[in-house]
Design a protein around this ligand. Sequence first.
Ligand code: TIU
Length: 221
Amino acid sequence: MPSINALPNPFTFEPAETALLVIDMQRDFLLPGGFGESLGNDVSQLSRTIEPLSALLAAWRAAGLPIIHTREGHLPDLSDCPPSKLARGGIGEKGAFGRILVRGEYGHDIVDELAPAEGEIVVDKPGKGAFYATELAEILEKLGVTKLVVTGVTTEVCVHTTVREANDRGYDCLVLSDCVGSYFPEFQRVGLQMIAAQGGIFGWVADSPTLLAALSSQEQK
Ligand code: TIU
């Protein structure tokens, strides 16, 4: 079973039982002119994850391992959007790429470089966490997944919410530092530290080249 250098200690995983979770790599969060940038955020802090994530996806696909993408967004009538989220503005309004975070709109979908391949699972989620009001728990159960490699955006928001809940549900989570991004460098740094602190209070942290090396040496065996 592969074991890789990670914080706070080595992360061991059975590839066939380990899903790659790609959280919310959506145009509205990543593209210049999109919702994220309209809130005053620096989207380059997120787009640097695209290249390593693309390489990771290619390797995961080549190995035939499970991949799950998520998208944050709402029904066109916004009936699944809590009033408190609506009140903060943006959601459902006209943005540069269609109605902001509304399912079916161009901006709601995943960036071209990371588009899901035929047959890959896409989970639409109305919240920050990928388990809340979604079928993710059933999907993981059916796949026989016990561990998650977690990537996507943003580190301290949707990635953290998902990893914290996954940990509570019994999944070991490895978060890849170069494949998760925050608009705020400080939140990125501290967000990653929080995961691995206190003996790995809710997960492990490593980078994608380390994971890819372990995966390819496993395949050569
Ligand atoms: N996917 C996700 O993290 N949703 C957000 O709204 N994140 C922000 O950092 N704004």
